[in-house]
Design a protein around this ligand. Structure first.
Ligand code: ATP
Ligand code: MG
Length: 349
């Protein structure tokens, strides 16, 4: 049975990239599958240990989940640190994964910067904790932005190595299933997860630099559109967004080699549930001075109801905490079963 898992870090203001790459998909998947949505607070201390208000940020992301339309009764909404099995399974995965696998991760290279020796060990092991987040629920599908594709490939590598290394034990306890990976038959305890990345804006780029993704942790606030920005701020940021001087092309091919134009058209398409081709059929030939106000208006119309509801929810922290507590208990019950099996498989007394 397909099972969805995904998470967002409480590292700062949610932005349009988080909405299009993650939240919007989270909401859409609810009708078809069982979903577990996590606020991954243990991840948020990997790049920066000390935060001014980590609890408040955790509540704010939870509020965003609820405001976007996630139903915490039908599905599970909780914060990672409240279910210690994530960290426990991550330790086992630290012993499954190889250092070389971690060293190849582009997110690690980006976030560690030049002084790699001085990055936290947690930042290097981030993908191992992420694999544990997903696999402690034996989830099969993970809605994420394109930037997380490499981490999901690593999750599959970890699952595969665990399944192969412990094949005999997994058979013995009778909890595995026979799958084929490529053409290789494997008796698997952990499934091979599938990323759900598709859409016209799988990687929303910075408004200031078409080669960098939009990020919560980017020091420039002008690089992103935050959920909390008012209409005027959104319009100003889009007006100031980097573009080239040419008019919009009439066909998708014309976006090649124009990363900033491609980004804005992709955002417009994703926000309005259209294809890029469809958007260009309407706006092709127009100048950015005409397209940008239309984009700003569209972004505000989608984000402002969610941010208004977020503000209302944040004013009721007791309600948010109750949602998280209930979600943690339900998630913990599933995670506990998995860890019992894992102890058995690994041979921990
Ligand atoms: P940070 O800079 O702290 O890593 P972030 O903006 O990357 O923050 P995360 O909490 O790491 O946000 O990611 C949450 C989800 O949002 C993930 O599924 C990620 O793939 C998605 N996401 C993040 N940035 C973008 C983006 N620019 N475009 C599309 N999806 C994105
Ligand atoms: Mg990130």
């Amino acid at each position: 049975k397909p099972q969805i898992f995904s998470g967002v870090q409480p590292t700062g203001n949610l932005h349009l990239g988080n909405y299009l790459g993650a939240l919007r998909k989270f909401v859409a998947l609810q009708d078809q599958m069982d979903c577990i949505y996590c606020v991954v607070d243990m991840h948020s201390i990997t790049a920066q240990l000390v935060h001014d208000d980590l609890k408040g940020q955790t509540r704010a992301i939870t509020a965003a989940y609820l405001a976007a339309g996630i139903d915490p009764e039908k599905h599970i909404v909780f914060n990672q640190s409240a279910v210690p099995q994530h960290a426990e399974l991550a330790w086992i995965f630290n012993c499954v994964a190889r250092i070389g696998w971690m060293n190849r991760m582009t997110q690690f290279k980006d976030k560690a910067g030049k002084d790699r020796e001085n990055a936290s060990l947690g930042l290097l092991a981030y993908p191992s904790l992420m694999a544990a987040d997903i696999l402690v629920y034996r989830a099969t599908h993970v809605p994420v932005g394109d930037d997380q594709k490499q981490h999901l490939e690593l999750t599959r590598d970890i699952a595969m190595k665990f399944n192969l290394d412990f094949a005999k034990k997994i058979k013995e306890i009778g909890k595995g299933v026979d799958i084929t990976v490529g053409d290789q038959p494997v008796h698997a305890y952990f499934p091979m997860v599938e990323p759900l990345i598709e859409g016209p804006a799988p990687r929303v780029m910075s408004l200031k630099d078409g080669s960098k993704k939009m990020s919560k942790s980017d020091p420039s606030d002008l690089s992103r559109i935050n959920f909390t920005d008012d209409a005027e701020t959104v319009a100003r940021k889009i007006r100031k967004a980097k573009t080239d001087p040419d008019a919009l092309p009439s066909e998708v091919d014309g976006l090649k080699g124009r990363p900033e134009a491609d980004n804005l058209v992709g955002i417009f398409a994703a926000l309005s549930d259209r294809t890029k081709a469809d958007v260009l059929a309407e706006y092709g030939g127009q100048q950015f001075s005409q397209f940008k106000p239309a984009l700003a208006e569209l972004a505000v119309s989608v984000l402002s109801p969610i941010s208004a509801e977020m503000r209302r929810l944040i004013a009721e922290p007791a309600h948010i905490d109750a949602v998280l507590k209930d979600g943690s208990e339900r998630a913990g019950a599933i995670a506990e079963k998995t860890m019992k099996d894992v102890h058995e498989i690994v041979g921990l007394l």
